[in-house]
Design a protein around this ligand. Sequence first.
Ligand code: SF4
Ligand code: SF4
Length: 441
Amino acid sequence: MQTNFSAAQLADPHVAESEKILRKCVHCGFCTATCPTYVTLGNELDSPRGRIYLIKDMLENGRPADKEIVTHVDRCLSCLACMTTCPSGVNYMHLVDHARAHIHETYRRPLPDRLTRALLAFVLPYPGRFRAALKLAGLGRPFIGLFEKLPALKPVAAMLRLAPTSIPSASAKALPGVHPGQGTKRGRVAILTGCAQSVLDPAINDTTISLLTRLGVEIVVPEGEGCCGALVHHMGREEAALASARRNVDAWTRAIEQGGLDAIIITASGCGTTIKDYGFMLRLDPAYAEKAARVSALAKDITEYLATIDLPEPVRKPGTVVAYHSACSMQHGQKITRQPKELLAKAGFVVREPREGHLCCGSAGTYNILQPEISAKLRDRKVKNIEATGAEIVATGNIGCITQIASAAKLPVVHTIKLLDWAYGGPKPEGVSDERLVAAE
Ligand code: SF4
Ligand code: SF4
């Protein structure tokens, strides 16, 4: 694609980066076929190619964002299916990240939208605040129907619908400290305990610690780590995202210096995509560029890490039929497609893949709150495809997908690590009825 940026514009490294990306696009439109918003809405402006044109026009003309571009960029899920499909290697992720930051800086959203976004940025990345908000959600639940009738309050209704009715106790295990591996030491890793996942399902990290330590891997939970920054990053709040990234880079750098790390283990693929991008996000910060690149190189999804170590024979071969849902951040963001399915099969599960596996379930960070209608359409389509597999359980590696799919599916939805842990001697995953698993044993 031809571009017409001035030399002065290209002096801004963010613009220069976007210009490089834009020039790679050959307008072929292959990406439209796999874009969930184009497939759902049928509007070229809600396709990757359409958004690329809108972003190019805004940046090239040095214009503040307007309602039209905000509408179409807001509808983008950042699922990155377009990047998997694109034959020219267009880095849509970095382009849309730049566009979102530009929108945040130059566009004044209507008051209800500003308040919703400010609330999400204030609450979700902080486990204490998020836990308190979930407790309060019970008070608002009776008013969901009313909120849904008022356009400005639809995101509140979506939040209340997604909020679980019971909140698990905070983990007593995933606290700062070192968990030694059992038997012969096979490695030393840090684990991201993160934010929303540690409140919605603390057992995911507890199970990861339990399985890895049984396998002889020492786990460090470093003091000071927290939200990866993805939630605010996708809202264009660049400074807040970079502050989270710096804080985590500091925490993991201390762990590296205190005893070395073979990997930084991430159990939510949405976080993994962002942490693997820290090197890029902090490339212009001389104090952090090198450290951030080192952290990104060490970041590994739990299934990616497990695939690199020799696993023993499973304790039980469940034979349970599992529908594996590959989160967009797993398959498109991190290109991890093989390992989770191979690990499940090796552990004795029968793995089935739903049709249209490339399409997003509509979760996408805060998307299911900010764009509830499109999100619900994608969720229902996903659930239909999953249920058509005839599986007994759904396995996936991202808490956002677990919450989203479980809100409409009849079958249990669990994190992949819980099924693996069970096969390798851990307890049965909660939420899975005993009869199903006992029958399968
Ligand atoms: S990230 Fe997903 S929703 Fe956004 S343009 Fe690409 S394919 Fe479409
Ligand atoms: S597939 Fe790639 S090159 Fe083709 S229009 Fe989409 S982004 Fe551009």
